[in-house]
Ligand binder design. Structure first.
Ligand code: G3H
Ligand code: 13P
Ligand code: ZN
Length: 308
């Protein structure tokens, strides 16, 4: 299929209360993993590029690859910009063929966030009806290699969200409800404010997005550490948190760290165990297959499997 406008995929997800996974990529293999997983699971899928990923792979290369792969499958694939910060990021991606963009003005004061998001929405909507995600409140963790301090993180205020969506014209809203980007989300139990998701959903009705939603699989972390890595104290979302977040109104769940961890775990082990091997495909192929399995499991967990 040609790349699908994300807004169209959201309609069914919002009506039937499931979430579509966003899987970040910056290379051929992660993209193959996501698109193949979607086809095998009969699931809609969102593949996403950050501005850093675009810089790494080249926008024309990455869009052409995504289009070509999407055309070969029967399930809908949306290409999304993750955490665009400037209006120019939005324009560049809309012009290049993305079918959804995120404008992240969450670090600006409310008025500025509204004004920036409004400009992004006007541009995207008038250029092919491209879907716009915005963010209100602020997640902690790592964003584009910058650490957002816990003190600067702040949860989304439901009343503010109503005004924000009305005045900015965004189609979907990323909410800060206790998750954070990267591998170090919680010290003890998962602490996600499900009631906050519920109130925001009741007031807005539009698709809500959960960022920082990786599970940080303990086995992957252990394997990384066993083969020379050093990742300590990492913790992510448990399966029940996905279910409850979706029941309360989340329709898009962003996952990047889990794919990176699985990838690294497989590569570290293979490189350690095959000292005479130097064909990249012997390493990258199994890593790609393992990432695909992670994505398939997520699609089942999010309820998007069988929905395409
Ligand atoms: O939210 C951040 C994503 O995981 C993208 O990370 O900027 O390192 O590509 P990145
Ligand atoms: P994770 O770091 O939990 O995978 O979150 C990714 C994300 O929110 C991308 O926007
Ligand atoms: Zn994010």
């Amino acid at each position: 299929m040609p790349l699908e406008i994300l807004g169209k995929m959201y309609e069914k997800a919002n009506r039937e209360r499931y979430a579509i996974g966003q899987f970040n990529f910056s290379n051929l293999e992660f993209l193959q993993s996501a698109v193949e997983a979607a086809e095998e699971m009969k699931s809609p899928v969102i593949v996403a590029l950050s501005t850093g990923a675009i810089k790494y792979g080249g926008i024309k290369n990455l869009v052409a690859l995504t289009r070509t792969m999407a055309e070969q499958v029967s399930v809908p694939v949306a290409l999304h910009l993750d955490h665009g910060e400037k209006l120019d990021d939005i324009k560049r991606c809309v012009d290049a063929g993305f079918t959804s963009v995120m404008i992240d003005g969450s670090h600006h004061p409310l008025e500025e966030n509204i004004a920036l998001t409004r400009q992004a929405a006007d541009y995207a909507h008038s250029h092919g009806g491209i879907t716009v995600e915005a963010e209100l409140g602020r997640l902690g963790g790592i964003e584009d290699d910058i650490k957002v301090d816990e003190r600067d993180a702040r949860l989304t205020d439901p009343a503010e969200a109503v005004r924000f969506v009305k005045e900015s014209g965004c189609d979907a809203l990323a909410v800060a409800v206790g998750t954070s980007h990267g591998a170090y989300k919680f010290k003890g139990e998962n602490r996600i404010d499900f009631e906050r998701i519920k109130s925001i959903k009741q007031l807005l009705g539009i698709p809500l997005v959960l960022h920082g939603a990786s599970s940080v699989d303990a086995e992957s972390v252990a394997q990384i550490n066993q083969y020379g890595g050093k990742i300590e104290g990492a913790k992510g979302l448990d399966a029940e948190s996905y279910t409850r977040a979706i029941q309360n109104g989340i329709n898009k769940v962003n996952i990047d760290t889990d794919l990176r961890l699985k990838w690294t775990a497989v590569l570290r082990k293979l490189i350690a165990e095959k000292p005479g091997e130097f064909d990249p495909r012997k390493f990258l192929g199994p890593a790609r297959d393992a990432v695909k399995e992670v994505i398939k499991q997520k699609m089942t967990l999010l309820g998007s499997a069988g929905k395409a």
